[in-house]
Design a binder for this molecule. Structure first.
Ligand code: SF4
Length: 243
């Protein structure tokens, strides 16, 4: 999995940010996460080797902006250059997750149209309040590849108004870290039920550190969180999808 962290740092915005992974990691190195800065990997997608070939090969997926938010205000002056690189590398797929979908229409390039085919923009929502704020905007947004990410899931969410066949995946998961908030397995199962009703693929990515199931709270080690979610066997694919 290749990551492209073109800028680093962010500002906490909503309940899902409380135990932000970027802030947790930076605290080990005494770095201020609220100072957003360009990284040395800013031009990664267009770097070439000594033979003139791109170092990032055609067909690769670049997980973009995983130590910030692509639409964070501080990066406004750098984003045009980022879009230029994304356009130049139409043979690479760019995958990003945002909590700032309300800034999306002000941040897209002039030739965006109905969206670039090589860009997936996922909208993350952690509770009903943020779902009802972000998803009406997301629903209208011209984006070719959409995914809703409920992680860290902090409560039961009714997504019935927002799930349709434009959503390629609904992903859910708990929160990691020693200060993580408990995720209730019933909330996960409820999202799965909603996804299945609308025939939207569903993926239970990870349990988080504390999972409540049948009235009992389980503490789950980091290395077990993905494995336990997989073991639950509740992922759902559309019948006609061949993956
Ligand atoms: S938007 Fe994402 S990167 Fe920014 S503070 Fe919140 S959780 Fe962290």
């Amino acid at each position: 999995m290749a990551e492209w962290n073109l800028w680093h740092g962010c500002h906490k915005l909503s309940a899902g940010c409380q135990n932000c992974y970027v802030y947790r990691m930076d605290s080990y190195y005494d770095r201020d996460s609220s100072q957003v800065r360009k990284t040395k990997n800013f031009d990664l997608p267009i770097r070439k080797d000594r033979h003139g070939n791109y170092k990032i090969k055609a067909g690769e997926v670049l997980y973009t902006c995983f130590t910030s938010d692509f639409f964070v205000e501080d990066a406004d002056e750098w984003r045009k250059e980022a879009w230029d690189m994304i356009r130049e590398r139409s043979d690479v797929f760019f995958f990003m997750i945002t909590k700032r979908i309300d800034r999306f229409m002000d941040c897209i390039p002039e030739d965006w149209g109905e969206g670039y085919e090589n860009v997936q923009i996922c909208c993350t929502v952690e509770n009903q309040d943020r779902a009802d704020h972000r998803l009406p905007i997301y629903k209208k947004a011209p984006i070719r590849h959409k995914q809703i990410v409920c992680e860290p899931l902090l409560g039961k969410i009714d997504l019935s108004e927002y799930l349709d066949d434009s959503i390629e995946l609904l992903l859910a998961g708990g929160e990691s870290g020693t200060k993580a908030r408990t995720c209730d397995y019933e909330w996960i199962l409820d999202l799965r039920r909603q996804a299945m009703e609308k025939d939207v693929p569903f993926f239970f990515k990870q349990t988080g550190s504390f999972l409540k199931k049948d009235g009992k709270i389980y503490r789950i080690a980091r290395k077990e969180q993905h494995r336990q979610a997989k073991k639950a066997g509740i992922n759902y694919k559309r019948e006609h999808l061949l993956f």
